[in-house]
Design a protein around this ligand. Structure first.
Ligand SMILES: NC(=O)c1ccc[n+]([C@@H]2O[C@H](COP(=O)([O-])OP(=O)(O)OC[C@H]3O[C@@H](n4cnc5c(N)ncnc54)[C@H](O)[C@@H]3O)[C@@H](O)[C@H]2O)c1
Length: 249
């Protein structure tokens, strides 16, 4: 039975990707700092009929992450797919960013991604099984967004892209593939919170997107299912950018 662990899976892009994998028949473990992650897992099971578990975990804490992967393994078996969607953005002029803000973004987006990859790959390697990790980076790891300033986020996502490359080389012999998936502006709780506070933003962003609209989370599902499937067996160490053409201009 295919099984996937999805960090940041209680809502937003993580939940949508988990749903896409569940609809393809994967059991799903959702890991998220939100306490209602268990409810998200119940909702996903009710909707798709697959086995799920929701585990409250802060990805910045390596011990919590390891315990959550152990609990997921006990319930669902070793996961052959990992999606790391836990992430945050903090906007602000770089000269005013506090050390706490800088560390928070790096700790969740980069270090938390690494801890999840570690706990996931340990189990696969122990069981001599191959697998596919899909690290959710961002087009911001390739380009610089405007009008908002978000240097910490951009740097963290560029690092996630290089983390995917690095782990893909290190773990290739174990049959483990690691790719980054780099979305452009996508409608989610994260972006809605910024658009609600700045109603003119959506229009500004959409003028910069050749296809003329922000992505829906569902626009990413095909690529996630492809990366999780044997159809992509020879694809590793890449950052696949799904941004409606934003980074092409
Ligand atoms: N929405 C976009 O436009 C967009 C674009 C490119 C990349 N992304 C990336 O996609 C991912 C999902 O973003 P989203 O837009 O769905 O945002 P979101 O805020 O809706 O979801 C992020 C999830 O991560 C969880 N999370 C945050 N900190 C955590 C922690 N310390 N431990 C565990 N879980 C934690 C949150 O609780 C939330 O459920 C993020 O990595 C984000 O950077 C989003």
């Amino acid at each position: 039975m295919p099984t996937a662990v999805v960090t940041g899976g209680a809502r937003g892009l993580g939940y949508a990707m988990a749903r896409g994998l569940a609809q393809s028949g994967s059991s799903i473990a959702l890991l998220d700092v939100l306490p209602d992650v268990a409810e998200s897992a119940h909702a996903l099971a009710a909707e798709t009929g697959v086995a799920t578990i929701g585990l409250a975990v802060d990805v910045r804490d390596a011990e919590q992450v390891e315990s959550a992967f152990a609990a997921a393994e006990l319930e669902l078996g070793v996961a052959d797919t990992l999606v790391t969607a836990a992430g945050i953005t903090i906007w602000g002029d770089s000269i005013d960013v506090t050390p706490e803000e800088w560390h928070r973004v790096m700790d969740i987006n980069l270090t938390g991604t690494f801890f999840a990859c570690q706990s996931w790959a340990r189990r696969l390697i122990r069981h001599s099984g191959g697998g596919s990790a899909i690290l959710i980076a961002s087009m911001s790891g390739h380009i610089v967004n405007v009008p908002q300033f978000q240097a910490s986020y951009n740097a963290s996502k560029a690092a996630v892209i290089h983390l995917a490359k690095s782990l893909s080389v290190e773990w290739a012999a174990a049959g483990i593939r690691v790719n980054a998936l780099s979305p452009g502006y996508t409608l989610s709780d994260m972006t809605r919170q910024f658009m609600d506070a700045n109603p003119e933003l959506r229009d500004q962003w959409e003028k910069l997107i050749p296809v003329g609209r922000m992505a829906e989370p569902e626009d990413l599902i095909g690529m996630v299912n492809y990366l999780a499937s044997p159809a992509s067996t020879y694809l590793t160490g890449q950052s696949l950018v799904i941004d409606g053409g934003y980074s092409a201009i």
